[in-house]
Design a protein around this ligand. Sequence first.
Ligand code: CO8
Length: 289
Amino acid sequence: MTARWSSRVLAANVATRNGFSAVKRYVSQEAYQNLLMSTPKPGVALITLNRPKSYNAMSSAFMAEINSAFQSVEKDKSIGAMVITGNEKAFIAGADIKEMKDLTFSNAYGEDFIEPWSLQVSQIKKPIIVAVNGYALGGGCELAMMADIIYCSAGATFGQPEIKLGIIPGAGGSQRLTKVIGKSRAMELILTGKNFSGREAFDWGLAARVFETPQQCVDGAVDTAALIASYSRIAVKACKEVVNKSQDLGIREGVEFERRVFHGLFGSKDQKIGMKAFAEKQTPKWEHQ
Ligand code: CO8
């Protein structure tokens, strides 16, 4: 497994391997064991989780690959936004239980199990859209909630079933889910381990959009990523930063932070390009500076 990848066209038929067919794929030059990398539209990286036999359960090697892929996309100047998806059966069915079952307290605590992984994901600065089809359970639901935008199909299955294994959510599930859907609903789901559907995820405000089919979900996520990638990367980065700050700050400090970043953007080339283009009825040609 290597971290580097490029958008060179190697094959366009990868799509059928993971159950999706309409999105044209341009796969990476250097392959991961359990990930398919492609650039279906300019500026968009599509990371397809591809460990189908275990429903994309997250083993430590798989998590290392996901981190590595995120880091390469983050560094790739040609990419403005990324989409993460799985297959029709599973986005991710959670941490790999078979690998985790013999973990001891001293190993988990002493070696900070999960911590570096979940911290690294939340430090990615490019927008991440997840296209959730099938199961998004435990760590899978948590990874989806670490992303910036959740799209799902109506039949997707979300859940935090850790209680059934004698543990609790370990990568932010109890915090992020509660913030979005409210204490009573989150408490019910986490205490019972019951799943909820993609339709419910949308109705409760967890998902931004819900689609009838998995294919529509992936296509919708790629289209949105392409739109985001068509804007100034400087402005996109700042948008993500200020929205994320709202999760940590009160409204007064948050608005002050937003204003500072807003002021700062008048020092960017893209602000001049964007406003000049508007005034002259032209399309802006962003320089991402
Ligand atoms: N770990 C390991 N293997 C898994 C997992 C998993 N989480 N989920 C499914 N598999 C494997 C099954 O063992 C099976 O393998 P095999 O064919 O070798 O027996 C294969 O995938 C297919 O699974 P099933 O036969 O069970 O398929 P079903 O369609 O009957 O059921 C389910 C699918 C409902 C997804 C079921 O497999 C299931 O309940 N899986 C476990 C879900 C779960 O409990 N997830 C939470 C795990 S704990 C967790 O995530 C803690 C989070 C800590 C933070 C992690 C951050 C990364």
